[in-house]
Design a protein around this ligand. Structure first.
Ligand SMILES: C[S@@+](CC[C@H](N)C(=O)[O-])C[C@H]1O[C@@H](n2cnc3c(N)ncnc32)[C@H](O)[C@@H]1O
Length: 381
Protein backbone atom coordinates (compact mmCIF):
# COMPACT_ATOMS: atom_id res chain seq x y z
CA UNK A 1 0.00 0.00 0.00
CA UNK A 2 1.15 3.51 -0.76
CA UNK A 3 2.05 5.51 2.34
CA UNK A 4 2.74 9.07 1.18
CA UNK A 5 0.59 11.14 -1.13
CA UNK A 6 0.72 14.45 -2.86
CA UNK A 7 -2.72 15.99 -2.52
CA UNK A 8 -4.11 18.86 -4.55
CA UNK A 9 -6.88 21.07 -3.17
CA UNK A 10 -8.57 23.44 -5.64
CA UNK A 11 -10.22 26.58 -4.27
CA UNK A 12 -11.84 29.85 -5.35
CA UNK A 13 -9.38 32.22 -6.99
CA UNK A 14 -8.16 34.61 -4.31
CA UNK A 15 -8.77 32.22 -1.42
CA UNK A 16 -5.45 30.33 -1.61
CA UNK A 17 -4.03 31.92 1.56
CA UNK A 18 -7.10 30.92 3.58
CA UNK A 19 -6.92 27.33 2.33
CA UNK A 20 -3.16 27.18 2.90
CA UNK A 21 -3.72 28.20 6.54
CA UNK A 22 -6.38 25.51 6.95
CA UNK A 23 -4.04 22.82 5.61
CA UNK A 24 -1.14 23.99 7.77
CA UNK A 25 -3.45 23.99 10.81
CA UNK A 26 -4.28 20.34 10.07
CA UNK A 27 -0.55 19.65 10.30
CA UNK A 28 0.35 18.97 6.68
CA UNK A 29 3.24 20.32 4.64
CA UNK A 30 2.50 22.70 1.79
CA UNK A 31 4.33 21.89 -1.43
CA UNK A 32 3.00 24.64 -3.66
CA UNK A 33 0.43 27.43 -3.80
CA UNK A 34 -0.81 28.41 -7.25
CA UNK A 35 -3.79 30.35 -8.57
CA UNK A 36 -6.85 28.41 -7.47
CA UNK A 37 -5.08 25.46 -5.85
CA UNK A 38 -2.87 24.39 -2.99
CA UNK A 39 -0.70 21.26 -3.16
CA UNK A 40 0.38 19.49 0.00
CA UNK A 41 1.81 16.23 1.28
CA UNK A 42 0.12 13.77 3.55
CA UNK A 43 -0.43 10.17 4.54
CA UNK A 44 -3.60 8.07 4.35
CA UNK A 45 -5.11 9.94 7.29
CA UNK A 46 -4.60 13.16 5.34
CA UNK A 47 -6.95 11.98 2.59
CA UNK A 48 -9.70 11.45 5.15
CA UNK A 49 -8.93 14.52 7.26
CA UNK A 50 -8.67 16.89 4.30
CA UNK A 51 -12.07 15.79 3.02
CA UNK A 52 -13.73 15.98 6.42
CA UNK A 53 -12.08 19.10 7.90
CA UNK A 54 -11.24 21.55 5.10
CA UNK A 55 -13.87 24.28 4.72
CA UNK A 56 -12.56 26.14 1.69
CA UNK A 57 -11.51 23.56 -0.89
CA UNK A 58 -13.80 22.25 -3.59
CA UNK A 59 -12.33 18.74 -3.56
CA UNK A 60 -9.27 16.75 -2.60
CA UNK A 61 -7.30 15.21 -5.46
CA UNK A 62 -4.68 12.53 -5.05
CA UNK A 63 -1.91 13.23 -7.52
CA UNK A 64 -0.85 10.14 -9.47
CA UNK A 65 1.66 11.60 -11.91
CA UNK A 66 2.76 14.62 -13.85
CA UNK A 67 4.77 14.75 -17.04
CA UNK A 68 5.26 16.78 -20.21
CA UNK A 69 3.31 15.81 -23.35
CA UNK A 70 2.80 17.68 -26.59
CA UNK A 71 1.49 14.77 -28.71
CA UNK A 72 -1.14 12.10 -28.08
CA UNK A 73 1.59 9.46 -28.48
CA UNK A 74 3.55 10.99 -25.63
CA UNK A 75 0.39 11.23 -23.54
CA UNK A 76 -0.39 7.57 -24.21
CA UNK A 77 3.12 6.28 -23.48
CA UNK A 78 3.62 8.32 -20.31
CA UNK A 79 0.19 7.29 -18.97
CA UNK A 80 0.99 3.64 -19.67
CA UNK A 81 4.16 3.94 -17.57
CA UNK A 82 2.18 4.89 -14.45
CA UNK A 83 1.81 1.97 -11.98
CA UNK A 84 -2.00 2.01 -12.18
CA UNK A 85 -2.21 -1.38 -10.51
CA UNK A 86 -1.19 0.35 -7.26
CA UNK A 87 -4.33 2.46 -7.45
CA UNK A 88 -7.00 0.59 -9.35
CA UNK A 89 -8.14 -2.92 -8.44
CA UNK A 90 -9.07 -5.45 -11.13
CA UNK A 91 -12.81 -4.75 -10.88
CA UNK A 92 -12.43 -0.96 -10.41
CA UNK A 93 -14.41 1.40 -12.63
CA UNK A 94 -12.01 4.03 -13.95
CA UNK A 95 -12.45 6.96 -16.29
CA UNK A 96 -11.33 10.53 -16.79
CA UNK A 97 -14.22 12.48 -15.35
CA UNK A 98 -12.85 15.86 -16.30
CA UNK A 99 -10.00 17.03 -18.49
CA UNK A 100 -8.95 20.66 -18.85
CA UNK A 101 -6.19 22.25 -20.85
CA UNK A 102 -4.66 25.72 -20.74
CA UNK A 103 -1.98 27.06 -23.12
CA UNK A 104 -1.09 23.54 -24.31
CA UNK A 105 -0.66 21.65 -27.57
CA UNK A 106 -3.18 19.01 -26.46
CA UNK A 107 -6.48 20.72 -25.88
CA UNK A 108 -9.42 18.49 -26.82
CA UNK A 109 -10.90 17.21 -23.53
CA UNK A 110 -12.64 14.25 -25.16
CA UNK A 111 -9.43 13.10 -26.93
CA UNK A 112 -7.39 13.52 -23.73
CA UNK A 113 -10.01 11.50 -21.87
CA UNK A 114 -10.11 8.64 -24.35
CA UNK A 115 -6.31 8.38 -24.84
CA UNK A 116 -5.71 8.22 -21.09
CA UNK A 117 -8.38 5.59 -20.64
CA UNK A 118 -6.91 3.52 -23.47
CA UNK A 119 -3.40 3.72 -22.00
CA UNK A 120 -4.70 2.69 -18.58
CA UNK A 121 -6.56 -0.28 -20.04
CA UNK A 122 -3.40 -1.32 -21.89
CA UNK A 123 -1.29 -1.14 -18.72
CA UNK A 124 -3.80 -2.94 -16.50
CA UNK A 125 -4.54 -5.69 -19.04
CA UNK A 126 -0.87 -6.64 -18.88
CA UNK A 127 -0.57 -6.37 -15.13
CA UNK A 128 -3.77 -8.27 -14.35
CA UNK A 129 -3.35 -10.63 -17.26
CA UNK A 130 -6.91 -10.21 -18.49
CA UNK A 131 -8.45 -9.29 -21.84
CA UNK A 132 -11.23 -7.04 -20.56
CA UNK A 133 -12.48 -5.38 -17.40
CA UNK A 134 -15.92 -5.77 -15.87
CA UNK A 135 -15.57 -2.41 -14.06
CA UNK A 136 -18.32 -3.63 -11.73
CA UNK A 137 -16.49 -2.59 -8.55
CA UNK A 138 -15.78 0.75 -6.87
CA UNK A 139 -15.40 3.98 -8.80
CA UNK A 140 -12.01 5.63 -9.40
CA UNK A 141 -12.74 8.90 -11.22
CA UNK A 142 -9.75 10.83 -12.54
CA UNK A 143 -9.20 14.51 -13.18
CA UNK A 144 -6.60 15.62 -15.66
CA UNK A 145 -5.27 19.12 -16.14
CA UNK A 146 -2.77 20.21 -18.74
CA UNK A 147 -1.03 23.51 -18.10
CA UNK A 148 1.62 24.67 -20.60
CA UNK A 149 2.00 21.04 -21.79
CA UNK A 150 2.54 19.73 -18.25
CA UNK A 151 0.00 16.97 -17.67
CA UNK A 152 -1.20 16.30 -14.12
CA UNK A 153 -3.28 13.19 -13.52
CA UNK A 154 -5.09 12.82 -10.22
CA UNK A 155 -7.72 10.63 -8.60
CA UNK A 156 -10.72 12.47 -7.25
CA UNK A 157 -11.09 11.36 -3.63
CA UNK A 158 -14.14 13.54 -2.86
CA UNK A 159 -16.76 12.75 -5.49
CA UNK A 160 -19.45 15.34 -5.19
CA UNK A 161 -17.92 18.79 -4.68
CA UNK A 162 -17.06 19.56 -1.06
CA UNK A 163 -19.21 22.67 -1.01
CA UNK A 164 -22.06 20.18 -0.81
CA UNK A 165 -21.85 19.65 2.92
CA UNK A 166 -25.19 17.86 2.93
CA UNK A 167 -27.14 20.50 4.88
CA UNK A 168 -28.39 22.79 2.15
CA UNK A 169 -31.47 21.19 0.68
CA UNK A 170 -33.18 24.50 -0.01
CA UNK A 171 -31.63 27.52 -1.63
CA UNK A 172 -32.55 31.13 -2.18
CA UNK A 173 -31.98 32.98 -5.42
CA UNK A 174 -28.25 33.30 -6.17
CA UNK A 175 -26.91 31.47 -3.10
CA UNK A 176 -23.23 31.55 -2.22
CA UNK A 177 -21.45 28.24 -2.25
CA UNK A 178 -20.67 26.95 1.24
CA UNK A 179 -16.93 26.91 0.52
CA UNK A 180 -16.95 30.55 -0.59
CA UNK A 181 -19.07 31.61 2.41
CA UNK A 182 -16.62 29.87 4.77
CA UNK A 183 -13.63 31.44 3.01
CA UNK A 184 -15.16 34.93 3.25
CA UNK A 185 -15.78 34.52 6.98
CA UNK A 186 -12.23 33.26 7.44
CA UNK A 187 -10.86 36.29 5.58
CA UNK A 188 -12.30 38.52 8.30
CA UNK A 189 -11.13 38.72 11.92
CA UNK A 190 -14.55 37.50 13.14
CA UNK A 191 -14.32 35.01 16.00
CA UNK A 192 -17.07 33.14 17.81
CA UNK A 193 -17.17 35.58 20.73
CA UNK A 194 -18.06 38.50 18.43
CA UNK A 195 -21.55 39.48 17.24
CA UNK A 196 -22.34 38.55 13.63
CA UNK A 197 -25.30 39.62 11.50
CA UNK A 198 -26.05 38.74 7.89
CA UNK A 199 -28.88 41.15 6.96
CA UNK A 200 -29.35 39.49 3.53
CA UNK A 201 -29.03 35.90 4.70
CA UNK A 202 -31.08 34.19 1.97
CA UNK A 203 -30.83 30.44 2.55
CA UNK A 204 -28.56 31.08 5.52
CA UNK A 205 -25.19 30.04 4.13
CA UNK A 206 -23.07 32.69 5.89
CA UNK A 207 -24.67 32.35 9.37
CA UNK A 208 -24.65 28.55 9.10
CA UNK A 209 -20.97 28.38 8.07
CA UNK A 210 -20.09 30.85 10.85
CA UNK A 211 -21.96 28.78 13.43
CA UNK A 212 -20.15 25.64 12.24
CA UNK A 213 -16.80 27.45 12.52
CA UNK A 214 -17.73 28.70 16.01
CA UNK A 215 -18.77 25.22 17.14
CA UNK A 216 -15.62 23.75 15.63
CA UNK A 217 -17.84 21.46 13.60
CA UNK A 218 -16.05 19.84 10.67
CA UNK A 219 -17.93 20.54 7.42
CA UNK A 220 -17.67 17.02 6.00
CA UNK A 221 -18.98 14.98 8.90
CA UNK A 222 -22.37 14.29 7.39
CA UNK A 223 -21.52 13.27 3.86
CA UNK A 224 -19.78 10.58 1.91
CA UNK A 225 -16.61 10.65 -0.17
CA UNK A 226 -15.63 8.50 -3.13
CA UNK A 227 -12.34 7.44 -1.49
CA UNK A 228 -14.13 5.90 1.50
CA UNK A 229 -14.57 2.83 -0.68
CA UNK A 230 -10.90 2.69 -1.72
CA UNK A 231 -9.78 0.27 0.96
CA UNK A 232 -6.84 -0.62 -1.31
CA UNK A 233 -5.49 2.95 -0.89
CA UNK A 234 -6.90 4.37 2.37
CA UNK A 235 -7.81 2.01 5.21
CA UNK A 236 -11.24 2.27 6.78
CA UNK A 237 -9.40 3.08 10.02
CA UNK A 238 -8.27 6.45 8.64
CA UNK A 239 -11.88 7.49 8.07
CA UNK A 240 -13.02 6.28 11.50
CA UNK A 241 -10.16 8.14 13.13
CA UNK A 242 -10.96 11.38 11.30
CA UNK A 243 -14.70 11.21 12.07
CA UNK A 244 -14.06 10.38 15.74
CA UNK A 245 -11.62 13.29 15.99
CA UNK A 246 -14.17 15.58 14.34
CA UNK A 247 -16.86 14.49 16.81
CA UNK A 248 -14.56 15.02 19.79
CA UNK A 249 -13.70 18.54 18.67
CA UNK A 250 -17.28 19.87 18.52
CA UNK A 251 -18.19 22.49 21.13
CA UNK A 252 -21.96 21.89 21.42
CA UNK A 253 -22.56 24.42 24.19
CA UNK A 254 -20.60 27.34 22.82
CA UNK A 255 -22.51 30.64 23.18
CA UNK A 256 -22.66 32.77 20.05
CA UNK A 257 -24.54 35.85 18.91
CA UNK A 258 -25.26 35.15 15.22
CA UNK A 259 -28.32 36.49 13.35
CA UNK A 260 -29.66 36.08 9.84
CA UNK A 261 -32.21 38.55 8.51
CA UNK A 262 -33.97 38.67 5.17
CA UNK A 263 -36.97 40.44 3.74
CA UNK A 264 -38.40 37.25 2.23
CA UNK A 265 -40.20 34.89 4.65
CA UNK A 266 -39.92 31.97 2.21
CA UNK A 267 -36.12 32.04 2.07
CA UNK A 268 -36.05 32.33 5.86
CA UNK A 269 -37.96 29.05 6.03
CA UNK A 270 -35.26 27.49 3.83
CA UNK A 271 -32.53 29.04 6.02
CA UNK A 272 -34.06 27.55 9.15
CA UNK A 273 -34.47 24.11 7.57
CA UNK A 274 -30.84 24.21 6.39
CA UNK A 275 -29.57 25.34 9.80
CA UNK A 276 -31.53 22.53 11.43
CA UNK A 277 -30.00 20.00 9.03
CA UNK A 278 -26.53 21.36 9.76
CA UNK A 279 -27.19 21.01 13.50
CA UNK A 280 -26.74 24.74 14.22
CA UNK A 281 -30.33 26.05 14.39
CA UNK A 282 -30.07 26.83 18.12
CA UNK A 283 -27.01 29.01 17.45
CA UNK A 284 -28.66 31.38 14.98
CA UNK A 285 -31.46 33.89 15.38
CA UNK A 286 -33.38 34.16 12.08
CA UNK A 287 -35.88 36.97 11.59
CA UNK A 288 -37.76 38.70 8.79
CA UNK A 289 -36.36 42.19 8.62
CA UNK A 290 -35.78 44.78 5.95
CA UNK A 291 -32.23 46.14 5.91
CA UNK A 292 -33.62 49.63 6.38
CA UNK A 293 -34.75 48.54 9.86
CA UNK A 294 -31.36 47.16 10.89
CA UNK A 295 -30.51 48.47 14.36
CA UNK A 296 -28.38 47.33 17.24
CA UNK A 297 -27.62 48.88 20.60
CA UNK A 298 -24.44 46.80 20.80
CA UNK A 299 -20.99 47.87 19.61
CA UNK A 300 -18.09 46.15 17.84
CA UNK A 301 -20.24 43.70 15.89
CA UNK A 302 -19.60 42.22 12.45
CA UNK A 303 -21.70 42.17 9.32
CA UNK A 304 -20.72 39.65 6.66
CA UNK A 305 -23.21 39.69 3.84
CA UNK A 306 -24.09 39.09 0.21
CA UNK A 307 -26.76 41.60 -0.85
CA UNK A 308 -28.58 41.49 -4.19
CA UNK A 309 -26.41 43.03 -6.91
CA UNK A 310 -28.92 43.45 -9.68
CA UNK A 311 -27.99 40.61 -12.03
CA UNK A 312 -31.17 41.21 -13.97
CA UNK A 313 -31.86 44.46 -15.70
CA UNK A 314 -35.14 45.18 -13.92
CA UNK A 315 -33.42 44.64 -10.55
CA UNK A 316 -30.49 46.84 -11.49
CA UNK A 317 -32.63 49.97 -11.30
CA UNK A 318 -33.31 49.33 -7.62
CA UNK A 319 -29.63 49.08 -6.69
CA UNK A 320 -28.79 52.77 -6.04
CA UNK A 321 -31.59 52.99 -3.49
CA UNK A 322 -30.78 49.62 -1.90
CA UNK A 323 -27.06 50.43 -1.51
CA UNK A 324 -27.87 53.90 -0.17
CA UNK A 325 -30.04 52.19 2.46
CA UNK A 326 -27.23 49.72 3.21
CA UNK A 327 -24.88 52.68 3.74
CA UNK A 328 -27.30 54.42 6.12
CA UNK A 329 -28.09 51.27 8.11
CA UNK A 330 -24.53 49.98 8.42
CA UNK A 331 -22.97 53.38 9.10
CA UNK A 332 -25.54 53.89 11.85
CA UNK A 333 -24.11 50.98 13.85
CA UNK A 334 -21.61 51.87 16.56
CA UNK A 335 -18.02 50.72 15.85
CA UNK A 336 -19.09 47.78 13.68
CA UNK A 337 -17.03 46.16 10.92
CA UNK A 338 -18.77 45.20 7.74
CA UNK A 339 -17.85 42.95 4.87
CA UNK A 340 -19.91 42.89 1.71
CA UNK A 341 -19.52 40.56 -1.27
CA UNK A 342 -21.25 42.06 -4.27
CA UNK A 343 -21.09 42.11 -8.02
CA UNK A 344 -22.55 45.64 -8.06
CA UNK A 345 -19.83 47.90 -9.37
CA UNK A 346 -21.24 51.10 -7.84
CA UNK A 347 -21.61 49.60 -4.36
CA UNK A 348 -19.11 51.93 -2.66
CA UNK A 349 -20.50 55.00 -4.35
CA UNK A 350 -24.00 54.45 -2.97
CA UNK A 351 -22.86 53.09 0.40
CA UNK A 352 -21.20 56.50 0.63
CA UNK A 353 -17.82 55.31 1.86
CA UNK A 354 -14.75 53.82 0.24
CA UNK A 355 -13.95 50.37 1.60
CA UNK A 356 -10.76 50.11 3.68
CA UNK A 357 -9.85 47.06 1.65
CA UNK A 358 -11.27 45.56 -1.48
CA UNK A 359 -10.64 42.19 -3.04
CA UNK A 360 -11.71 40.80 -6.38
CA UNK A 361 -13.32 37.37 -6.06
CA UNK A 362 -14.80 35.16 -8.72
CA UNK A 363 -18.08 33.68 -7.60
CA UNK A 364 -18.26 31.03 -10.30
CA UNK A 365 -17.93 33.00 -13.52
CA UNK A 366 -19.18 36.18 -11.93
CA UNK A 367 -16.71 38.91 -11.00
CA UNK A 368 -17.52 40.22 -7.54
CA UNK A 369 -15.80 42.36 -4.93
CA UNK A 370 -15.39 41.76 -1.23
CA UNK A 371 -15.68 45.27 0.23
CA UNK A 372 -14.14 45.39 3.69
CA UNK A 373 -14.97 48.20 6.12
CA UNK A 374 -13.01 47.64 9.30
CA UNK A 375 -14.27 49.00 12.60
CA UNK A 376 -12.08 49.49 15.66
CA UNK A 377 -11.09 46.57 17.85
CA UNK A 378 -12.96 46.32 21.17
CA UNK A 379 -10.95 47.44 24.23
CA UNK A 380 -9.25 44.58 26.05
CA UNK A 381 -11.27 43.30 28.99
C1 LIG B 1 -27.94 37.23 -3.06
S1 LIG B 1 -29.23 36.76 -1.98
C2 LIG B 1 -28.34 36.12 -0.57
C3 LIG B 1 -28.01 34.67 -0.75
C4 LIG B 1 -27.39 34.04 0.48
N1 LIG B 1 -26.04 34.50 0.72
C5 LIG B 1 -27.43 32.52 0.33
O1 LIG B 1 -26.35 31.90 0.31
O2 LIG B 1 -28.51 31.97 0.19
C6 LIG B 1 -29.83 38.30 -1.41
C7 LIG B 1 -30.99 38.23 -0.41
O3 LIG B 1 -31.36 39.54 -0.03
C8 LIG B 1 -32.74 39.58 0.28
N2 LIG B 1 -33.19 40.99 0.25
C9 LIG B 1 -33.46 41.76 -0.83
N3 LIG B 1 -33.80 43.01 -0.44
C10 LIG B 1 -33.73 43.04 0.91
C11 LIG B 1 -33.93 44.04 1.90
N4 LIG B 1 -34.30 45.27 1.56
N5 LIG B 1 -33.74 43.73 3.21
C12 LIG B 1 -33.38 42.47 3.56
N6 LIG B 1 -33.18 41.47 2.67
C13 LIG B 1 -33.36 41.75 1.38
C14 LIG B 1 -33.35 38.66 -0.77
O4 LIG B 1 -34.60 38.15 -0.32
C15 LIG B 1 -32.26 37.57 -0.95
O5 LIG B 1 -32.55 36.44 -0.17
Amino acid sequence: MLEKFTLIAPCHFGMEAVLKREITDLGYTIVNVEDGKVTFEGDKDAVAKANIFLRTTERVLLKVASFKATTYDELFEATKEIPWEEYIPMDGKFWVKKASSIKSALFSPSDIQSIIKKAMVERLKNKYNVGWFSEAGNEYPLRVSIMKDEVTIALDTSGESLHKRGYRKMTAKAPLTETLAAALIMLTPWKKDRILIDPFCGSGTIPIEAAMIGMNMAPGMNREFTAEKWTNIVDKKSWYRAVTEAEDLILPDVKMDISGFDIDPEVLKAAKANAADAGVLDKIHFEKRDVKDLRSDKSYGFIITNPPYGERLEEKAAMPELYTTIGKSFNGLDKWSYYIISGYEDAQKYIGRQADKNRKIYNGMLKTYFYQYMGPKPPRK
